[in-house]
Design a binder for this molecule. Structure first.
Ligand code: ADP
Ligand code: MG
Length: 345
């Protein structure tokens, strides 16, 4: 055990588009809240962060704005990202001097640019952290899913978040093939919003759409028809109205985004070296991220690719856990192997 291992606190951060999770070595997941910040327009004062701020989203009076700083998988708003990290970190580390002995690793989407990567690191430094590095989300998800990533064998991980879907093949502790699209659970919600409007002239909000998706959504056809009552605004009269939506309609809306994910997985399989592809057929595709909880999605992917699919037990926790555990896992390996990008500060 080295000097750092004895005295430092290892922290893994999953700065997701929907949810932020923080894992502390020896303690487990200590923060699990929506990535939302509510800010007072004039003063820029932070009114609320996390679950409390989410309740304000779409419902705020005009002087308070609730934002999702990581929307679309990147930092859409630098200032609020910093404030969000600062708030969550201050909740777990009360004494500021303790931050000095904290090592923080943040999971970032593979598809983000160098500039965006720096923005993440900068936000964490500004929030008071001293030793910050980043790790590709796919790699973190694989570690968190307890995949033996150092084996000389191919493993495929598919992480479906709110804003992005990442498909990667990992072998010998690094990523061999990776592809990412800016499509995730949010697009499923948007598809539901669009279909309900087109078919029923009813305008619904994102939270209502998400509720429908989780309650009666399915990526494959389901014989049994379930119904859920929702409320929205009539597109013609502008008046509030109730509507009963059938699961078959929701399924129809979810088809297109589901198949886009299938296509991305197929593309990645096509780019995978044959030897590793053989391993993947054997071991299956491992699915992580909240989006993979959509009913029927693992089944659809398996049907369309002919490869078995495994949904991990806690798909929402993998990235944070993996980022936090990466320190231990890679401690004997040359840290320059381009697995981490890090800023000296
Ligand atoms: P991110 O990493 O981008 O923060 P998460 O991994 O936290 O994303 O996943 C959030 C997404 O997962 C959201 O789009 C949410 O609606 C979706 N989700 C969560 N639970 C379910 C479920 N049971 N069924 C379908 N989608 C779900
Ligand atoms: Mg994620």
């Amino acid at each position: 055990m080295g000097f750092w291992d004895r005295f430092s606190t290892d922290i893994g951060v999953d700065l997701g588009t929907c949810n932020t999770l923080i894992y502390v070595r020896g303690q487990g997941i200590v923060v699990n809240e929506p990535s939302v910040v509510a800010i007072e327009r004039g003063t820029k004062r932070v009114m609320a962060v996390g679950a409390e701020a989410k309740r304000m989203l779409w419902k705020t009076p005009s002087d308070i704005i609730a934002i999702r700083p990581m929307a679309d998988g990147v930092i859409a708003d630098m200032d609020s990202t910093e404030k969000m990290i600062r708030y969550f970190v201050s909740r777990i580390i009360k004494k500021r001097h303790l931050l000095r002995s904290t090592r923080m690793k943040i999971g970032i989407p593979t598809c983000i640019t160098e500039v965006e990567k720096r923005a993440v690191l900068e936000a964490a430094y500004k929030a008071g952290a001293k030793d910050v590095s980043v790790i590709e989300e796919s790699l973190a998800a694989a570690i968190g899913a307890q995949i033996p990533i150092h084996e000389p064998a191919g493993h495929m991980v598919c992480d479906i978040g709110g804003g992005t879907t990442e498909v990667s093949v990992i072998s010998l502790g690094g990523m061999v093939v990776t592809s990412a699209i800016r499509l995730g659970g949010d697009k499923f919600d948007e598809a539901i919003i669009r279909d309900v409007r087109n078919m029923h002239n009813l305008i619904i909000g994102q939270q209502t759409a998400e509720r429908l998706k989780i309650a009666i959504g399915n990526a494959v056809s389901d014989e049994e028809v379930k119904k859920v009552e929702i409320k929205g605004t009539d597109a013609i009269t502008g008046l509030p109205r109730r509507l009963e939506v059938a699961s078959s309609e929701v399924q129809e809306a979810l088809k297109e985004p589901s198949y886009q994910i299938v296509e991305e997985i197929k593309r990645t399989l096509g780019k995978t070296p044959p030897e590793l592809a053989a391993d993947i057929i054997e071991r299956g595709i491992v699915m992580t991220g909240g989006g993979s909880l959509l009913k029927g999605l693992p089944k659809l992917i398996s049907q369309e690719t002919g490869v078995p699919v495994i949904l991990v037990e806690h798909p929402l926790d993998c990235v944070a856990i993996g980022a936090g555990q990466a320190f231990e896992l890679y401690k004997d390996i040359d840290s320059d192997r381009s697995i981490y990008a890090s800023l000296s500060n």
